[in-house]
Design a protein around this ligand. Sequence first.
Ligand SMILES: [Zn+2]
Length: 392
Amino acid sequence: MTTLISFGVRTVRSLASLDVDVFWHDACLDHDPGDGLWELPGHWPWLDQPEPHPENAARLRTFRAVLRDGPVAPRLRWRTGRLATVAELAAVHDRRYLDRLRAACAGPGRTTMEENTVVGPGSWEAVCAAAGTTLAAAEAVLAGEARRAYALVRPPGHHAQVDRADGYCLVNNAALAVEAARRAGCRRVAVLDWDVHHGNGTQQLFYADPDVLTVSLHMRHGPWGENHPQTGAPAEVGAGPGAGRNVNVELSLGAGDAAYLCALDEVVAPLLDRFAPDLLVCASGFDGSTFDPNGRHNLTAAGYRKIGGRVAALADAVAGGRVLFTQEGGYLRGYAALCLHALVEGLLGTGPLLADPLAYLPDDSAMHPERTAADLDAVRAAVGPYWPELFG
Ligand SMILES: [Zn+2]
């Protein structure tokens, strides 16, 4: 087998499969934030039964189950991830923050890193497994062993900033993949984030970097505390040489499938085509689903299937088919798992394989196209000066 990938001239000759390689590490299950409710950790005396923190191991086990036992299973190749080293984590994070995080994970009890984010015994191994498994997936794509790799990991990463945890995120897995790509010779990398929340950590890490295009599609939620000062507004376009390379597609509440597809077609696709990344990294969250307790942005399984199709086509068109996914949010675990399966169906172009038992519920999210048009006009107005040939 010969594999030749030349990022410089954007040619690929690889025998890597067009199926999806899924990367997994058992230690991702070891992070236990304890009890919680909706977005928050802790206990509520008025509950008959304690509920688990929204970001819990059961959600990742459910995601694994749907891919292992669902109808896409024959098209997936399961591969074992690895633990990242501290030196690897330090490619994007401050060493003192990593020391603080590791000490907080040493127990014996749990430590609150910020309002929503709790660590305890087992969390450090999970952090290293999530990061290392993402790196293993990236390395497989970069070596030409895989075209489409999905790092099925937790804790998630896209809110983690250089020296702070935020929003259940401790280490920024997508950002580590970007740095791995650069070490492998990639000149430009694009990050596309469809978690319902703003990818503020990834934004912060590459805000002044002209060679990393960060695009986040999210609900208009604004800053949410000391650890999350970024607003996610279109006006946050990047700084210095990175100006114009951070694109915030802030969608009105309850945007729905139609708005996301419109944003991908009208804003994201032309940007990626023009930027011509060597690798596409996707921060893949399912908390935009219509039933998610932390999102409720009216995306359906059918919508995620179409997003998967769009992403496959985009990766093929602009990045030689090289695309890496890191698992971000998605907290109504059964429906989020269905959405994950649908996304993979879209990637593979299989058409619907799993029925959505909730598809009968009415969806009025497409009834306000003028709202989406205004949202996208705001994005074009903000970044247009930096992309005059596209939006000027
Ligand atoms: Zn989220």
